[in-house]
Design a protein around this ligand. Structure first.
Ligand SMILES: [Zn+2]
Length: 72
């Protein structure tokens, strides 16, 4: 699947208006509900203004960095 380099607002992946949306596995969700910090199985990058998805990653190394660098 192809994603645009920038959304309809002209924002790129690194723009502050482009936020990440984490997706968890079922065990991940359970951990999340219990107040844990599960590692996401997929992260989407989506513009908060126009809701265009600019990219997604399931790369384990990226996800691990994302998780460790995390928003807790
Ligand atoms: Zn946008």
């Amino acid at each position: 699947m192809d994603y645009p380099d920038q959304c309809r607002c002209g924002y790129t992946l690194t723009h502050p208006m482009v936020e990440t949306s984490e997706h968890y596995s079922v065990p991940g969700w359970l951990l999340l509900v219990m107040g844990g910090t599960p590692r996401p199985v997929r992260v989407d990058y989506r513009c908060t203004r126009c809701a265009v998805t600019l990219g997604t990653t399931t790369n384990r190394a990226v996800l691990r960095d994302y998780w460790q660098g995390g928003k807790r």
